[in-house]
Design a protein around this ligand. Structure first.
Ligand code: HEC
Length: 423
């Protein structure tokens, strides 16, 4: 881990630099002896015939045809998709490959992608995927067929799910089972408190078909946070004794980002699997890190600017144990980071995303909880590129850059930090 001190105003908080993968190997591994198990363990969650990724890589012929592209994709760390830099606070479930594994892909491609002997195959160690047990499964009330606007391949839709429990309950684990795996790019789950249910039901009733379009994905202010999910990222179980409170009479808000670059669409009914507890030692909450002044208009991203920066730091009213973090921007996001600013002026990074991609947003749990002292502040820093090359496609046409403000359909910068109070 190398921490660099910020020499000037850009970037404003110190960023860490990922060490480039250095492994090399002189011999040529074969598909059966090594590459196949690496693909099965690290790529096959998406790269199968019916998976989310555009090309299957889980049989020899398909993989051999893409050997060069695979080597490049892993060496640049574009694959497996995992936006956080590895040099910040260690995160659970990081799928990042080791330098030796990257070198294996490279040496296989360089050596002509030989198949080898099927007898040499050793299956990868079974991965703990999914929840250890499921207490409640809720499926979308009606299947929804993604309907991206003409010329686009993305449709983000919000659905209200009924919450059947009649006593106060705590959610301790979350898994998501997509109805149509090739379409579901990521999903978020939030709670809608009983007082807000009529408002959300009215929104749902106004939009034709199941659910309603919610391009930003997160509906601020009105909802509690449960968690996020992406294919290949395992189900999450919260630390022992912790959970998210759900009142009887609540609803769940499921946001599904559908991505259908091939153009084929099919009705999807996604299921959420939950672990529940009647009691926990600590209730989790999410601290939203953003500047309240941004909502009041002190937030502008001028058209044509290649690097617009907004930062905020603030106190959060006491000492907390931080369990996880996520960062939320929209399409013109470029990079961002979230961290702790100590009273002595030093800082500690919690999440750093060097190459923001709106399609790959995650909800990350720390390997070990991090302590926030009463005199520490949390900071968030967002960068946007609002030039022509980084605009959304609408009806097949790239939008012209325009001045952007804080809005569901424009841009945002907010980190949610999942915490328990240490008391
Ligand atoms: C979480 C799902 C996921 C995992 C895991 C994953 N990929 Fe991908 N991959 C994708 C998607 C989706 C694309 C399409 C481009 C994009 O969205 O970035 C892609 C694109 C690619 C491409 C470019 C294909 C083309 O059309 O040229 C290559 C090569 C690739 N992945 C290799 C890999 C390798 C090698 C691994 C494992 C080490 C891997 N991927 C793991 C989802 C995944």
């Amino acid at each position: 881990m190398i921490l660099l001190l910020a020499a000037c105003a850009d970037p404003l908080y110190p960023v860490c630099e990922e060490e480039p993968p250095v492994g090399t190997r002189a011999d040529t591994p074969t598909w059966h002896a090594e590459v196949r198990a690496l693909v099965e363990a690290n790529c096959a969650a998406c790269h199968t015939a019916l998976g989310l990724a555009p090309v299957p890589l889980d049989d020899y012929a398909s993989a051999a045809a893409y050997a060069g592209a695979m080597a490049t994709a892993v060496a640049t760390r574009a694959m497996p998709p995992w936006p956080p830099a590895d040099c910040c606070t260690p995160l659970q479930h990081s799928p990042s490959l080791s330098p030796e594994e990257i070198a294996t892909f490279q040496a296989w491609a360089a050596g002509g992608a030989p198949e080898g002997d099927p007898a040499d195959y050793v299956a990868p160690a079974a991965q703990e995927d999914g929840l250890s047990h499921v207490d409640l499964s809720i499926v979308m009330a009606e299947p929804y067929t993604p309907a991206p606007p003409d010329g686009t391949s993305d449709d983000t839709r919000c659905f209200l799910l009924d919450w059947p429990e009649t006593e106060p309950r705590y959610v301790t684990g979350l898994g998501v089972r997509p109805g149509v795996a090739s379409q579901v790019h990521h999903a978020l789950l939030l709670t809608v408190a009983p007082v807000n249910v009529p408002l959300f039901e009215a929104t749902d009733a106004l939009a034709p078909g199941p659910g309603w379009s919610c391009p930003g994905g997160v509906v601020l202010g009105a909802t509690g946070w449960i968690g996020g999910w992406s294919p290949g990222w395992t189900a999450r179980e919260l630390p022992e004794g912790t959970g998210q409170f759900v009142e009887p009479g609540s609803k769940l808000l499921l946001t599904v980002h559908y991505s259908t670059p091939e153009g084929d669409v099919a009705p999807d009914a996604t299921t959420v699997d939950l672990q529940l507890a009647d009691e926990v030692d600590h209730t989790l909450t999410a601290l939203p890190v953003y500047d309240p002044a941004w909502l009041l208009g002190d937030f502008s991203i001028p058209a044509g600017e290649p690097d617009v920066v907004e930062t905020y730091h603030g106190y959060f009213g006491g000492a907390w144990m931080l369990l996880g973090v996520n960062l939320h921007m929209h399409e013109r996001g470029k990079s961002g980071n979230v961290g702790i600013l100590h009273a002595d002026g030093t800082s500690e990074c919690l999440l750093q995303i060097d190459d923001w991609d709106h399609g790959w947003q995650g909800d990350y749990l720390f390997e070990t909880p991090v302590r926030l002292a009463w005199d520490d502040q949390l900071y968030v820093e967002c960068h946007w590129d609002n030039t022509e090359g980084n605009q959304r496609l609408v009806d097949g046409v790239r939008e012209a850059p325009r001045d952007l403000v804080w809005a569901e359909d424009e841009e945002m910068c907010v980190a949610f930090v999942t915490v328990i109070s240490p008391l």
